[in-house]
Structures are given as structure tokens and as C-alpha cells.
Design a protein around this ligand. Structure first.
Ligand SMILES: NC(=O)c1ccc[n+]([C@@H]2O[C@H](COP(=O)([O-])OP(=O)(O)OC[C@H]3O[C@@H](n4cnc5c(N)ncnc54)[C@H](O)[C@@H]3O)[C@@H](O)[C@H]2O)c1
Length: 440
């Protein structure tokens, strides 16, 4: 049976199932299909399934032409019929792992998949969990349900955790050249998992257990959250010191060792950095340990939208105006530049806080034509012209998309709050850069 899976991976006759066809799952499905595997995507969202089967791409990192070609050649298809798992040799799970209202892990999506897998698991099958989660999930949450059918892990089926490391919009590092970590329940599990990923990825790094692999992912994102938190706090300190934080960081980064550059900003965004550290902190709470660095970074980072509001209020004060009643344009609302994802974006918090303060708020973001807003739809401004810019009391740059003519924005706006150092070194008093102006 073992050799069967090995041969199927080697001759690419293994059928690959990707469960969850979002930002992580769809590019992964495409990568396997591009490497001559037949791939079936599973999703509970019928619209997504139909979109895939029409060859209609919806993820920025996937090429439209490549996608439609893979669908028309039947190398890639999608379904919401989970009984097809019966035909799959290797399943990769890429479903969401958000937080609930109490900021505790919401593993309900993983549990739904577990239910489907426990029904359709069959001998010789390889299962890899890629959704970010707390250490112990693979062994404690998934394994027992899969063994119920009398199958033994490492012998009859193989179970691993392999964290996704995708960086949406990154042109240099994509699936193929980003090293992949994998930890199986048994040595055999790791061996087969490694073999599968090596058929599409240059470097696969095995670790001793799923728990180690789960913790690697949480360390990577906690490292980012804490260092961004430090950069944000230094930005606030620099405002009080009257020093330009961006200059300080750039110069510190000339040190060739012992320093790594992180930049401040309006707050954390995306499905990873604001969420993942809480998975680790939650797990540690169950072990009676408080993850203090995580808590502190979380406190500073989640405070940044409020800090931006302070800067806006400060700027308006100069014109004897208040946030209440001002017309404010938020420029860029995706959680980072040159992508269309608004999940956890600080722009949404900033817009909410401004509206709560009585401002009239619009946004402009070519990547995000509309958003769900207060149980309705909010449509972004369509053109960034002179009349539009002149009609606002303040323009707040939250996301620095590269398709914006910032010199034009500067020439036409009354007041700009720049949270991304777009106007590096600027001394024009109508521009307030985060991390440079003294708060009074
Ligand atoms: N987006 C990133 O940049 C990124 C990077 C690294 C890791 N991750 C992790 O990867 C996982 C997936 O993230 P994402 O950004 O792709 O999420 P996503 O929301 O873009 O996509 C998830 C997909 O799973 C589907 N789904 C939900 N429940 C399902 C079920 N029971 N069966 C089948 N499909 C189901 C949803 O309909 C959706 O299409 C998360 O754990 C996330 O933390 C994301």
C-alpha cells in the first residue's frame, strides 16, 4: 500500500484534493495541476465551486489564462460533494481558522472537514492540514476521528501538519521557491508528506512532529506581530521626541547584522498576523501560562487605528475643525499594498472610528470596488480627480497601493495623514506622517 502512494506521487497519477479554495487553497490547487496532477477542489461555498468550474479566477496571485486552461483541460475542477474524497489519494486542508468574539480559536471549519474525512477516509490516503492552528490540533483534534474506522496512522493512512507560508502579492517568493515545513504523526507520515510536497516545491523541511510544525508557523507570525508592535511603539515615541521614525529605522537597517527592518503603520491586517499569535496565547492559557509578549504587541498594534484618529484630529485642529462633520477620504483600504484583501484591515477600524466620531467617510481603492458595510454595501470612489480631492477636509493614506499618483494627491488635497511614509522626508505642514509629528 505504501509503495502504491509512492508510485502514484512519483508518476503523478495521485489524485489531489484541496479542501477550502480560498487565498491559500486555490493557488495550491493550481500549482499541483501545473505539475501534471489531477486536482479536485472541495468547498462548501457553491458559488466558489461554480466559479472554478467555469474557469473564472478570483484570486490575485493566480494567472487568469493559466487557470482557465487548467480547468478546460480537466486537470482542475471543484465540487461540494465530499463523497468524492473516496477517490482522492492526498487531501490538503486549507479552511479558515479565525477567532471567535472572545478572541479564542474558532476551529469549527476544521471540525467540519474532520467530519467529512472521517466518513470518506480510505486506506493509503495522505492528509495534510495547512490551516494555521494551535499546537496539538493535528494529533488531538483530527487524528482520533480518523482512526475510528479501524485504520492505523503511519500504516494505513498518513497525517501531517504543513503550515502555509504564502505572502499574497509577493512577486519573488511563491509556492515553488518558499521552503515548506512538514511534521507527520509518524516518520512514515512525514516521509510521504515530504514526497508529495517535493513534487511541487524546491525545498521541504521535515520536523520531528506536527506540534513542532504547528509551532513554527505561530513563531513566524508572532515574531512579525511583536516586531511590528515594537516599530509602532517606537513611532509613537518618536512623535513625542520630535524625531522621524522612518529615518531612524532606515538608518538602523544599515547595520549588516543584529537588526531586521520592520515598519510602523496604521495597524495589523490580513488573516494571519492579527490572528495567529492568539492561537498560541490561547493554547498557553490552557497550560496556565500567560504569553506576555503576544499580549503587549496585540495591545500596541490594535491601538494603532485609534492613534491614527488622534493624528487626524490633530491635523483638523490646525484648521479649527473637528472630526465631527468633516469629510474624510480613506485612500487604500486593503490590508496591504497591491492586493484586494480587506480581512482584518485597519482601514475598516479607522473608518468605523471616524464615523463614530461624526465624520462623513468615503474611500478610494481600485483593488476593492465595494465592501460590506453596516449590513449594506459601500462603494468606493471611482476616480481620484481634482474635484474629488478638493472636496475632502482630510485624505488619510492607510494603504500605499503603487497605482496611485501621490504627487497629484499632494497637490490637490488640503490635509493628508500619511500612515505609510509615502511622503518620505516631507516637511510640508499639510502632510502629517505617522511617527514624525509631535502629538499635542
Ligand atoms: N491568506 C493568507 O495569506 C494565509 C497565509 C498563511 C496561512 N493562511 C491560513 O490558511 C488557512 C486558509 O486561509 P485562506 O486565507 O485561504 O482562507 P479563505 O477564507 O480565503 O478560504 C477558505 C475557503 O475554505 C472554504 N471552506 C470553509 N469551510 C469549509 C469546509 N468545511 N469544507 C470545505 N471548504 C470550506 C471557504 O468557503 C473558503 O473558500 C487559514 O488557516 C489561514 O490562517 C492564510
Amino acid at each position: 500500500m505504501k509503495n502504491d502512494l509512492k508510485n502514484k506521487i512519483n508518476d503523478k497519477s495521485a489524485k489531489i484534493g484541496i479542501i477550502g479554495l480560498g487565498y491559500v487553497g486555490l493557488p495550491l490547487a493550481v500549482e499541483f495541476a501545473n505539475n501534471s496532477f489531477t486536482v479536485i477542489g472541495f468547498d462548501i461555498d457553491k458559488n466558489r465551486v461554480d466559479q472554478v468550474n467555469r474557469g473564472d479566477n478570483y484570486i490575485g496571485d493566480v494567472s487568469d489564462d493559466n487557470f482557465s486552461q487548467l480547468v478546460s483541460s480537466k486537470e482542475l475542477s471543484a465540487t461540494n460533494d465530499f463523497s468524492i474524497i473516496n477517490e482522492i489519494d492526498a487531501v490538503i486542508i486549507c479552511v479558515p481558522t479565525p477567532l471567535n468574539k472572545l478572541k479564542d480559536p474558532d476551529v469549527s471549519y476544521i471540525l467540519n472537514v474532520r467530519y467529512q474525512l472521517s466518513k470518506y477516509i480510505h486506506p493509503g490516503m495522505l492528509i495534510s492540514l495547512e490551516s494555521t492552528t494551535y499546537p496539538g490540533t493535528t494529533r488531538e483534534l483530527i487524528l482520533p476521528a480518523l482512526e475510528k474506522k479501524g485504520l492505523t496512522v503511519g500504516k494505513d493512512f498518513y497525517l501531517c501538519f504543513s503550515p502555509e507560508r504564502v505572502d499574497p502579492g509577493n512577486e519573488k517568493y511563491q509556492i515553488k521557491n518558499t521552503p515548506k515545513v512538514i511534521g507527520g504523526i509518524t516518520e512514515n507520515c512525514t516521509k510521504f508528506g515530504k514526497m508529495l510536497y517535493e513534487s511541487i516545491i524546491d525545498t521541504v523541511v521535515p520536523v520531528s512532529s506536527p506540534e513542532a510544525a504547528e509551532t513554527v508557523k505561530l513563531l513566524e507570525n508572532t515574531f512579525r506581530s511583536i516586531n511590528i508592535g515594537l516599530a509602532n511603539e517606537v513611532a509613537i515615541m518618536c512623535e513625542k521626541l520630535g524625531v522621524d521614525v522612518w529615518e531612524v529605522i532606515d538608518v538602523a537597517a544599515t547595520k549588516p547584522f543584529g537588526f531586521m527592518k520592520f515598519t510602523p503603520g496604521p495597524g495589523l491586517g490580513g488573516h494571519c498576523i492579527p490572528i495567529d499569535p492568539h492561537y498560541l496565547a490561547w493554547k498557553m492559557k490552557t497550560l496556565d501560562y500567560r504569553a506576555r509578549f503576544i499580549e503587549l504587541a496585540g495591545e500596541i498594534n490594535t491601538g494603532m487605528p485609534n492613534h491614527v484618529i488622534k493624528l487626524i484630529g490633530n491635523g483638523l485642529n490646525r484648521f479649527k475643525k473637528s472630526i465631527n462633520g468633516s469629510q474624510i477620504l480613506v485612500l487604500g483600504i486593503a490590508y496591504k499594498n497591491d492586493i484586494d484583501d480587506v480581512r482584518e484591515s485597519p482601514a475598516l477600524d479607522i473608518m468605523t472610528l471616524l464615523e463614530q466620531g461624526g465624520a462623513i467617510v468615503d474611500y478610494y481603492d481600485e483593488y476593492v470596488p465595494k465592501i460590506k458595510w453596516n449590513n449594506a454595501e459601500k462603494v468606493g470612489q471611482k476616480t481620484l480627480n481634482t474635484d474629488l480631492l478638493k472636496s475632502y477636509d482630510v485624505v488619510v493614506i492607510v494603504t500605499d497601493h503603487s497605482n496611485i499618483d501621490y504627487e497629484f494627491v499632494k497637490s490637490q488635497s488640503k490635509l493628508i495623514i500619511d500612515t505609510r511614509n509615502v511622503y518620505k522626508g516631507n516637511k510640508d505642514p499639510k502632510i502629517i506622517r505617522l511617527g514624525t509629528h509631535q502629538i499635542t
